[in-house]
Design a protein around this ligand. Structure first.
Ligand SMILES: CSC[C@@H](O)[C@@H](O)C(=O)COP(=O)(O)O
Length: 341
């Protein structure tokens, strides 16, 4: 079994230690949180990011909330934790793992127990461990599906940094690399540069060679014949397989279809939102124009603004395969996705 060298989140026993991904790869710095408000801020500010990692962080945020309120206001601690959960749910809108994890923690909070704090911690740890197990399973299933490949292009960061450990799309790439040599290409992923700052760093930590490309080079790379698969993660998948992921994913799916390159989405079933029939219902996060605009335009009277949606939705019909820990669905649709329920 491959060791996990990079870890985004660590439970210290009394607090949550978070690797600050805003500072990578130049600086490796950690923040330690002991309350839910801090965890909300860590998610909203993208110190921790990536759909599964956001869900896991929120689960530990609920544990921290329970520790605090059980100690400070024992008569109303559950109501205060519920309020903190509502606040955590507002940290980011698109990744459904956040809401799935909070709903799971709520079932434990609502249970009558003689050891509620221990139960909540056990649940958060299980959410974390289940995600790592799902990643490893998806890694093997994805590698089986690929068989032999000469090149893979990935987008955003979907590795240990974005999950409980190992990774979704990057987990498949790690598993493929254990079996064969394959060229790995990573798109920069503008504007936040998850590819250029995080993915290439993470792969280098794992000893996996990688070639960085500008996002705008993807069409030309595919035209050259260097890649057989595009492999990406997901933030929310509708019941029909429509997939929200980092902005630019949809463009890659269109380009892949044009160039007969196969397109794989890798995500645990915690990323599937069975309550929505199609991707139209997915709330797409818009982040601040400042994250895109040069500093000289950060003035109230500036004539230059920015449109900064940070996710897009890839229609299911452009997806060759959806890989989950429960199995692989070829050509996802309302009908084929039923096998995962
Ligand atoms: C396993 S990660 C899958 C997705 O969460 C990932 O591709 C992505 O879009 C992350 O977006 P981010 O804005 O960095 O949180």
């Amino acid at each position: 079994m491959t060791k996990l060298t990079v870890q985004a989140l660590e439970w210290t026993g009394s607090a949550l230690k978070v690797l600050d991904q805003r500072q990578l790869p130049d600086t490796i710095a950690y923040d330690v949180y002991d309350d839910a408000a801090g965890v909300h801020d860590a998610i909203a500010s993208m110190r921790v990011r990536g759909a599964p990692a956001i869900g896991i962080a929120a689960a530990y945020g609920v544990v921290l909330s329970a520790y605090r309120h059980y100690r400070d206001t024992p008569s109303q601690w559950q109501a205060k934790v519920a309020a903190d959960m509502a606040f955590l749910a507002q940290s980011r809108p698109t990744a459904v793992n956040l809401f799935t994890a909070l709903a799971t923690m709520k079932t434990v909070l609502d249970k009558v127990s003689e050891q509620p704090l221990a139960d909540l911690l056990a649940c958060a740890k299980a959410i974390h461990a289940d995600d790592v197990a799902a990643n490893r399973r998806m890694g093997e299933l994805g590698a089986d599906l690929i068989g032999h490949a000469k090149g893979i292009l990935t987008h955003c960061n979907t590795g240990a940094l974005a999950t409980g450990g190992y990774g979704t799309a990057l987990g498949v790439i790690r598993s493929v690399r254990q079996r064969q040599d394959v060229a790995v290409f990573a798109g920069e992923t503008r504007p936040w540069l998850q590819g250029a700052r995080l993915t290439v760093w993470e792969l280098a930590q794992e000893g996996i060679p990688v070639t960085l490309i500008a996002d705008s080079a993807a069409a030309w790379l595919m035209q050259s014949g260097a890649v057989d698969w595009v492999i990406v993660g997901a933030d929310r998948i509708a019941a029909n397989g429509d997939t929200a992921n980092k902005i630019g994913t949809y463009a890659l799916a269109v380009l892949a279809r044009q160039h007969q390159v196969k397109f794989m989405v890798v995500a645990p079933t915690t990323t599937i939102d069975w309550s929505i029939a199609s991707g139209v219902a997915i709330d797409i996060e818009q982040r601040h124009a400042r994250e895109l605009l040069p500093a000289c335009y950060h003035t109230p009277d500036s004539l230059v603004t920015a449109w900064n949606p940070v996710f897009d939705v890839t229609p299911a019909e452009l997806i060759t395969a959806l890989v989950t820990e429960r199995g692989v669905v070829m050509q996802p649709s309302l009908t084929t996705m039923e096998a995962l329920q």
